[in-house]
Design a protein around this ligand. Sequence first.
Ligand code: TXA
Ligand code: MG
Length: 328
Amino acid sequence: MLHGEAGIAESVALLRAGGVVGIPTETVYGLAADAFQPVALARIFEAKDRPLSDPLIVHLPEASWLERVVATRVVADRDLMERLASAFWPGPLSILLPRHPDLPDLVTAGSEWVAVRVTSHPLFQEVIRGLGSPIAAPSANRFGRISPTMAEDVQMELGEVISGILDGGACSHGMESTILALHEGHMEVLRPGPITEDQLIHFGHIVRRERLVNTPGSLLGHYAPGKELHILKKDINQQEIPVNSGVISFRGMEVDVARQFARMEILSPSGDLREAASNFYGALRSLDKSEVDIIFSESLPEEGIGVAIMDRLRRAEYGSKNKYGHHD
Ligand code: TXA
Ligand code: MG
């Protein structure tokens, strides 16, 4: 576990030597490697047990680095891209853009598109600048499992198989970046996230399920705990709750309902969806580690970042019941 300025320097040294390092971002912890070292990139896939067909997001410390990884001259939706970049970068938005020809194939899984985002996390920015090279990083969990929002989570997921972990405390958003594809001035949300449709709608039309590009990583069974997870029915009285169950509650439950559960994690007592998102993976992980046999979760309102939370919850439910996810 690496800390402070010395930890940043050590992370840079490890990355330069081709290592893979757990790094905090404003969304979730990433498993970082130099985007231009194919052997280091291969270590990411190996550590996570992730299929090589699943491409990686490339992280930059500022938008002026774009031309290192993107064929900027051939960006068709340049105006839209620039407007989105100035509104949301640095921050939790990844945009699919035409790849630079020099970018290793492992980053894009052979696709002509690369997902790029400018991170706002000060430690991550410092590491990228220190390395002097863009950094490819998926979430720092074993493939298909719960994303880490604390350095300790990365330790538990991957501690044995990676070079180091830079401790930056809790991630502020706690939910992976929104991924966008652009097409003739339109946007397609490939993965809902902290930048919500309400925020994007001001920049153009949002198209649905057009599959302008294929997202190999959009597996139905993802973000899964080891225990079975069930989303509660609206009318909880219609649901059989086994004796030793845990529950994720949005704002808390009435006493007679809560009594049915051995353990409860409350995401946001005040009903704030942003706060709920930042606590979601931690709550799931904590119930998964606890003594309960089975996990239930309330549904959350599907508005704002609630869309992203419900997306993850459904995939986690599916993934907990089916060992291998299927494309949705
Ligand atoms: O917030 C985030 O996005 C975090 C932090 C670490 O930046 N990263 C993250 O990466 O969530 P990952 O690999 O766990 O999820 C990225 C998703 C995958 O589903 C992948 O298939 C998709 O983005 N993706 C990445 N590059 C792509 C590309 N070139 N074309 C289509 N989909 C892509
Ligand atoms: Mg992931």
